[in-house]
Design a protein around this ligand. Structure first.
Ligand code: NI
Length: 205
């Protein structure tokens, strides 16, 4: 085998490895088409540390919820439809859980920190369960939380909105266990009853 052949083999080897890892990365994405069952129990590397500010101006970190399960949702308060729908389901979910509700911390994390100040969150929060913790932060803090949860969000021009933009975003509800580890996720629009069934089963001692 001469040098040229060796180079050729090396090149194909590297290309095959890159393709393999790219395929694995795409395949493991929770946003892939594999979301049709509304929750999927697989470790997909979702979750991680965050330090944010709640609707009352208090600092909140992920470690504060270690004795609870977290239901983590990303959105923004000017969202016309998707976020309010899911927040109403979370509100119903907290009622359905009854005494089990104490074991669950539902978190709403803003993907629009420029507009979603703590004051804005507080006004928005009054429409939903008082158990939901609404969180915002600096753009860097939000970026960190979004990257931990592999959340997609992108500003889109919108002349109808006061600031001239809206935000497209992924809308999964991530169920995280008492260690802050990914347990399952629910798709946008999952009925509260269905989430309650999974969560009641999950939090059993
Ligand atoms: Ni939304």
């Amino acid at each position: 085998m001469n040098l040229k052949q060796a180079r050729g083999i090396l090149w194909w080897g590297v290309t095959a490895a890159v393709c393999f890892f790219a395929f694995m990365a795409i395949w493991r994405q929770p946003t892939s088409s594999a979301v049709s069952p509304s929750f999927v129990r697989e470790g997909v590397g979702i979750g991680g540390p965050f330090m944010l500010t709640d609707q009352n101006g208090g600092k909140v970190s992920d470690t504060q919820f270690r004795r609870k399960w977290m239901l983590v949702y990303f959105g923004f308060t000017s969202c016309p439809d998707v976020c309010p729908t899911d927040l109403l389901q979370i509100t119903r979910l907290m009622d359905l859980l009854g005494s089990d509700a104490d074991a669950l911390a539902p978190l709403f994390i803003s993907v629009d920190p420029e507009r979603d100040t703590p004051e804005q969150l507080k006004t928005f929060a009054s429409n939903f369960s008082p158990r939901i913790v609404f969180l915002t932060g600096t753009p860097e803090e939000i970026k960190q939380a979004m990257s931990a949860y592999k959340v997609y969000a992108a500003k889109k021009e919108d002349k109808a909105s006061a600031l001239g933009y809206t935000v497209d975003h992924s809308a999964f509800l991530y169920l995280m266990d008492r260690d802050g580890k990914y347990y399952a996720h629910f798709a946008h629009g999952t009925p509260a009853e269905e989430m309650a069934k999974v969560i009641k089963e999950a939090i059993k001692p």
